[in-house]
Design a protein around this ligand. Structure first.
Ligand SMILES: NC(=O)c1ccc[n+]([C@@H]2O[C@H](COP(=O)([O-])OP(=O)(O)OC[C@H]3O[C@@H](n4cnc5c(N)ncnc54)[C@H](OP(=O)(O)O)[C@@H]3O)[C@@H](O)[C@H]2O)c1
Length: 250
């Protein structure tokens, strides 16, 4: 339980779901965690729940001014970091005829612009031998109805993993992604789907998952912790799926 002893980690979107579960697992493994979220109250609440190895910063991953001031705020807590988990995000759903420019911009701002500039801004703080993990999604592999904008944004993140992997190798910084399948979190809160549509989505997904259930955020966290640890020292530029076999196995 000390895979991350003496390491400092930044987790974006660490107040709920996968990000929060990862913060808990990093702390269990000995790390100090600096987490972000958009809302002061939920950042404070999470930090107080997680205890003395947790710190919090209010920062909106979809806002350029926040992205540009993040490194200064992190540095005020720790001059250097070992681990960066870029996780902040949400999925908004709509069929093609209902997609607005606002919907498109909102998703690409948080997921693509947010991911790219978080990595750019945190890089100068990262120690040699550090590890970056990006959050992608199974949705890029399945052609799921109503998910075109979200899926395209996550596909862009998958692409960033490969390009950054070639650029960061010289700095001895590893970068990988963890691709969650359906995971039980607050994910549907901002999805634009009615309770009925959420029920139908769950009913559409579960029969396609060989393990026949939604995953838990803690199950994603374990994979992120592994990639963050020295145990993954030769893993670089790839993606680990945590999705119960969905959608590769029938
Ligand atoms: N759950 C799934 O089935 C699933 C599957 C594949 C991928 N994912 C991805 O996993 C990541 C985490 O989602 P989750 O399922 O854990 O959902 P969640 O429980 O809703 O957690 C989302 C987290 O991201 C934060 N966040 C959202 N927008 C943000 C922004 N603009 N700036 C900073 N923080 C922001 C939220 O904090 P605040 O709202 O307090 O700011 C919260 O901490 C997302 O990237 C999502 O796309 C989820």
């Amino acid at each position: 339980m000390d895979q991350l002893k003496n390491k400092v980690a930044v987790i974006t979107g660490g107040t709920s779901g996968i990000g929060k579960a990862t913060a808990v697992d990093f702390i269990k493994n000995g790390a100090v965690v600096i987490l972000t979220g958009r809302i002061q109250g939920s950042v404070d609440q999470t930090v107080s729940e997680l205890g003395k190895q947790a710190r919090g910063i209010v920062s909106d991953a979809g806002k350029m001014s926040d992205l540009m001031s993040l490194s200064q705020k992190v540095q005020a807590i720790s001059p250097k970091i070992d681990i960066l988990y870029v996780n902040a995000g949400f999925g908004k759903y709509a069929p093609i005829q209902d997609i607005s420019e606002e919907h498109f911009d909102e998703q690409f701002n948080v997921l693509v612009k947010g991911t790219l500039f978080t990595v750019q801004q945190m890089l100068p703080l990262m120690k040699e031998g550090g590890s970056i993990i990006l959050n992608t999604s199974v949705v890029t592999e399945i052609g799921m109805p109503n998910s075109s904008v979200y899926s395209a944004a996550k596909a862009a993140v998958q692409s960033l993993v490969k390009t950054f992997a070639s650029e960061l190798a010289a700095k001895k910084i590893r970068i990988n992604a963890v691709s969650p399948g359906p995971i039980e979190t607050n994910y549907f809160d901002r999805s634009n789907l009615s309770p009925e549509q959420i029920k139908n989505t769950v009913a559409y997904v579960i029969p396609q998952v060989p393990l026949a259930r939604f995953g838990q955020p803690e199950e994603v966290a374990k994979a992120v912790t592994f990639l963050a640890s020295d145990g993954a020292s030769f893993i670089h530029g790839t993606e680990i799926s945590v999705d119960g076999g969905f959608p590769r196995i029938k």
